[in-house]
Write a new protein. Structure first.
Length: 264
């Protein structure tokens, strides 16, 4: 099985710069971190590879070339290869243009499953996974908190998604795009001590518009139709979830909770 993980490196939300003239985040020469939801997606893929060594994991990101050291750290966690889509023409691209660019690359490769995060802290539109799915004509599901690895076959996968009111189970046909939430609890493994300085440059490919061949007017700010009205900083909020049984203790727990909230 080949799993492609779409990841994004975002400015540290506690220390970022914003270009108010262009209404875009400044991504050059700022501290970048791996988007939390995307980290969960990659963590799941690496977990599958740890159990099934024949699994191939490719990391794909659209970012400045300055993210290479961060990508190297991800490869040292046992991912097979990484592709960085980077071109000055792409700077300032909105979610639709970004989706077209990434989608064109994905059209050129083979895969069995594409994993992404549901949200990004620097945008939070959740547009890109569904738009890429539309371009590739694939099924897509967001807010996934669990993937039943034991049910992954060559044709289908079973997942659980948070639909706000409850957790719902879905069966998806492969290949598809699964967008994970940071609520999924999948955690990236640490780099093994012996691999801290491992040279992984030969596993990284950097491609630009000379490969993807978009007209200049279709990329970056020129090709983007989205206009930013206002911006704000989002912070992660931890949801409290209590799981109870249908016995007397569970009923009592629900009763006390509803009473504390003033419903009864």
């Amino acid at each position: 099985m080949k799993i492609v993980c779409l990841v994004k490196f975002i400015p540290d939300v506690d220390n970022f710069s914003y270009d108010y003239e262009k209404n875009t985040l400044v991504r050059e020469n700022v501290k970048l971190i791996l988007n939390p939801d995307d980290a969960c997606a990659l963590a799941f893929a690496l977990g599958v590879k740890a159990k099934r060594p024949e699994t191939m994991v490719e990391i794909v990101t659209m970012a400045p070339a300055s993210v290479i050291p961060l990508v190297e750290d991800l490869l040292r966690r046992n991912a097979d290869r990484a592709t960085i889509i980077s071109d000055r023409l792409y700077a300032g691209s909105d979610t639709y243009v970004t989706s077209r660019i990434i989608g064109r690359y994905l059209e050129s490769i083979e895969y069995d499953l594409i994993l992404t995060g549901t949200h990004t802290l620097d945008g939070d539109t959740s547009h890109v996974p569904s738009q890429i799915a539309e371009i590739l004509k694939l099924e897509q599901l967001s807010n996934i908190v669990k993937i039943h690895e034991e049910c992954m076959t060559g044709k289908r996968v079973i997942v659980e998604a948070d639909t706000e009111k409850n957790l719902s189970k879905f069966e998806m046909e492969l290949p598809c795009i699964l967008s994970l939430s940071h609520e999924s609890k999948y955690k990236l493994p640490y780099i093994r001590y012996k691999d801290l300085e491992l040279d992984v440059r030969d596993r990284i490919s950097v491609i630009g518009n000379e490969v993807l061949s978009f007209p200049e007017t279709d990329t970056g700010l020129k090709g983007s139709l989205t206009r930013v009205n206002r911006t704000f900083v989002k912070s992660l909020q931890k949801k409290e979830r209590i799981v109870v049984g249908t016995d007397e203790e569970g009923i009592e727990t629900v009763y006390r909770f509803l009473k504390s909230k003033g419903f009864i």
